[in-house]
Design a protein around this ligand. Structure first.
Ligand SMILES: [Zn+2]
Length: 140
């Protein structure tokens, strides 16, 4: 069965995401795009997010890719909001209901090659950019 959210064959997206997180945490060169991997994956799997969480993720992706803010800068900006419990909305959702109704995408996590860090980072960036473009016009 294909993933009902990102459309990946045999729902391979979940196992790839888990593999990628391990790669990113064990190799700093792969880890340099961690913020993009998480945002792109979560935006495509909106059942894991609340409405506010999804909008927050899309905003982050825009900050990384369009405004070219480094992840450290965005993290710092968000620290108050996220770490101190001042955030007024929940990011994660457990009800399993998708926030957006979309299962066809320009790229998915399955388009990312892993043979070396350079290829990996380029492919994750391309995937994240495609997700941003695919989601830019979605009104929720
Ligand atoms: Zn999927």
């Amino acid at each position: 069965m294909n993933c009902p959210e990102c459309g990946a064959t045999d729902t391979l997206c979940k196992s790839r995401f888990d593999e990628f997180l391990v790669l990113e945490f064990t190799d700093v060169d792969y880890g340099s795009v961690h913020h993009l991997t998480v945002a792109a994956y979560m935006l495509q799997h909106s059942s894991k997010l609340t409405r506010e969480g999804w909008l927050h993720m899309r905003g982050l992706l825009r900050e990384f890719l369009v405004e070219n803010k480094p992840p450290e800068f965005v993290r710092k900006q968000n620290r108050d909001l996220v770490d101190s419990g001042k955030r007024t909305f929940k990011i994660a959702s457990r009800d399993g209901l998708p926030i957006i109704n979309k299962s066809t995408w320009t790229k998915t996590i399955c388009d990312v090659r892993t043979e070396n860090a350079e290829v990996y980072c380029a492919d994750v960036s391309a995937w994240a950019r495609a997700v941003l473009i695919d989601t830019e016009t979605i009104m929720i």
